[in-house]
Design a protein. Structure first.
Length: 493
């Protein structure tokens, strides 16, 4: 190119062909050719016929069978090939390179309004209260308008995927005909190269209830759902990177605000915002069918402990004490909340899932109230025991209680109840005398009172009548041991 340009410039300056040839070190014929040509010279590579081109179909067949280079080389030698092994390896590399280029070729497809959803999720480590938490961000895009819906979860189960897509359907206000998805096990069990797909039963039930046709991408070809793949970079760089929050609810608020702004932002290729295009697509969406939530979101059964807690993912959560030792059903909402139902389906509680301190048992809101009631009941019972003791043993009762309080401290009430039971066997006067003697010697103990009373004969207990039968308090029966001797039996053979 440089020589062609220089020759033409020198010619316009009046240089002769011979002079140009001498200065540029070109032949005169080449100079003449450059002067006659109005277009610059082009390099044309020579085309060579390769020896292995005649074996191309045979090599392609062996590559499909998975043969390695040395196996292919030996097979070719058997049909007349006389070249080297390195030539075969270079030829195979070239064929594979052409296949990769052909595979990478992508066409853009625009779908009509109301035709297609695209769904995917992205994993991100989000600092919550200074601690990194793995968060899954779900995205659903309408392929025509590019209107997007985002939500987040802390789990990535099939139920979470279904809940995210169902939330998008409510957000858009309608249902598209098909949904383009990837091949995770939450939705697709197997996807063979021949195109045969086995879906997850829960996901397939969801698609059937909403009348959506699932359309999984080919394996390792995520670009098929490029409309949902590309926006993840934008949300990553304009929201997620560098973001820290104090609680998960704050992140959900920011994600919702981002979604609204993103849908109002003009699309770089379409030159209009998704919100504007959605106005034309909205009428093409099908109406949302009425679906029983119990058919979509399974619930797990748990048993409430005797102290009013349920266990979930290694953590304890309090529920109403009236449900103790009963079975309840639990539904997880994106791994962020728990909904608790009775076996009959009545809602009991909605609890926030703890991300940290799972081993710590939280305070039960009803325990303090119940314990306070127990304390008041116990205090009332003890006060009643003290009052009865003082009224029964007037004069000695109050003094003896003060001595018990110092001598046995916390066991004072047990001693009081035991001494009050002595009135079933001894008269109040006898017990009062024993209390007076204990006070004089400083022996403040129920056993001291009992030992003093043992020297006094107990009062006779009246006979009790039970079902017209007279029962005495105690009867001593003595029998000789011979009564219990086993009688010998004669054995006939």
């Amino acid at each position: 190119m440089y020589k062609w340009q220089k020759v033409r410039v020198m010619s316009r300056k009046g240089e002769s062909i011979k002079g140009i040839s001498r200065q540029m070190k070109l032949s005169k014929n080449t100079v003449r050719k450059y002067l006659r040509s109005e277009t610059p010279p082009c390099f044309h590579a020579r085309r060579y016929e390769r020896v292995l081109d005649s074996y191309k179909e045979l090599i392609e067949g062996m590559l499909k069978k998975g043969y390695i280079g040395t196996r292919i080389y030996n097979e070719l030698k058997g049909v007349g090939y006389e070249g080297s092994l390195s030539t075969v390896h270079r030829y195979i590399s070239g064929m594979r390179r052409e296949a990769r280029i052909k595979e990478a070729a992508t066409t853009r497809v625009e779908t009509p309004p109301g035709k297609q959803f695209q769904y995917d999720w992205k994993q991100w480590e989000l600092p919550i209260e200074g601690r990194p938490v793995r968060v899954y961000i779900h995205e659903v895009v309408l392929s025509y308008s590019r209107k997007k819906y985002y939500c987040s979860s802390l789990n990535i189960t099939t139920v979470d995927v279904i809940r995210a897509i169902a939330g998008a359907i409510e957000y858009f206000g309608g249902v598209a005909e098909e949904i383009v998805i990837d091949n995770p096990r939450q939705m697709v069990i197997t996807h063979s190269k021949g195109g045969v797909v086995r879906y997850n039963d829960e996901f397939l039930r969801f698609c059937g209830l909403y009348g959506i046709e699932p359309n999984p991408c080919r394996n390792y070809r995520a670009r098929t759902k490029g409309k949902v793949e590309r926006p993840f970079y934008y949300i990553q760089e304009h929201l997620l990177r560098g973001l820290e929050v104090d609680e998960m609810s704050r992140f959900d608020e920011l994600l919702h605000e981002f979604t609204e702004k993103y849908n109002e932002r003009p699309h770089s290729d379409l030159k209009e915002s998704p919100a504007e295009r959605f106005r034309r697509e909205e009428s093409a969406l099908r109406a949302i069918p009425r679906v029983e939530p119990a058919l979509l979101y399974k619930k797990e059964i748990r048993r409430v402990s005797n102290d009013g807690y349920i266990s979930w993912d290694g953590a304890l959560y309090p529920v109403a004490m009236k449900n103790c030792l009963k079975q309840v059903m639990i539904e997880s909402l994106f791994g962020k909340k728990l909904k608790v139902y009775s076996i009959d389906g009545e809602p009991i509680a909605e609890l926030g899932i703890r991300l940290t301190d799972k081993r710590i048992r939280p305070t039960h809101p009803e325990h303090e109230q119940i314990n306070e009631g127990y304390r008041k009941k116990k205090e009332a019972y003890r006060s009643e025991s003290v009052r009865r003791f003082i009224e029964t043993f007037k004069g000695q009762g109050e003094v003896f209680i003060e001595g018990l309080r110092k001598a046995v401290t916390a066991n004072m009430y047990r001693h009081i109840e035991e001494i009050l039971r002595y009135t079933d066997f001894y008269s109040i006067d006898d017990i009062s005398i024993a209390l007076r003697e204990c006070i004089e010697i400083g022996a403040y103990h129920k056993n001291s009172v009992r030992r003093l009373l043992e020297s006094i004969p107990p009062k006779e207990r009246p006979m009790e009548t039970i079902n017209s039968l007279y029962i005495t308090s105690s009867i001593t029966i003595t029998r000789p041991l011979s009564e219990y001797r086993v009688a010998e039996k004669e054995v006939s053979i």
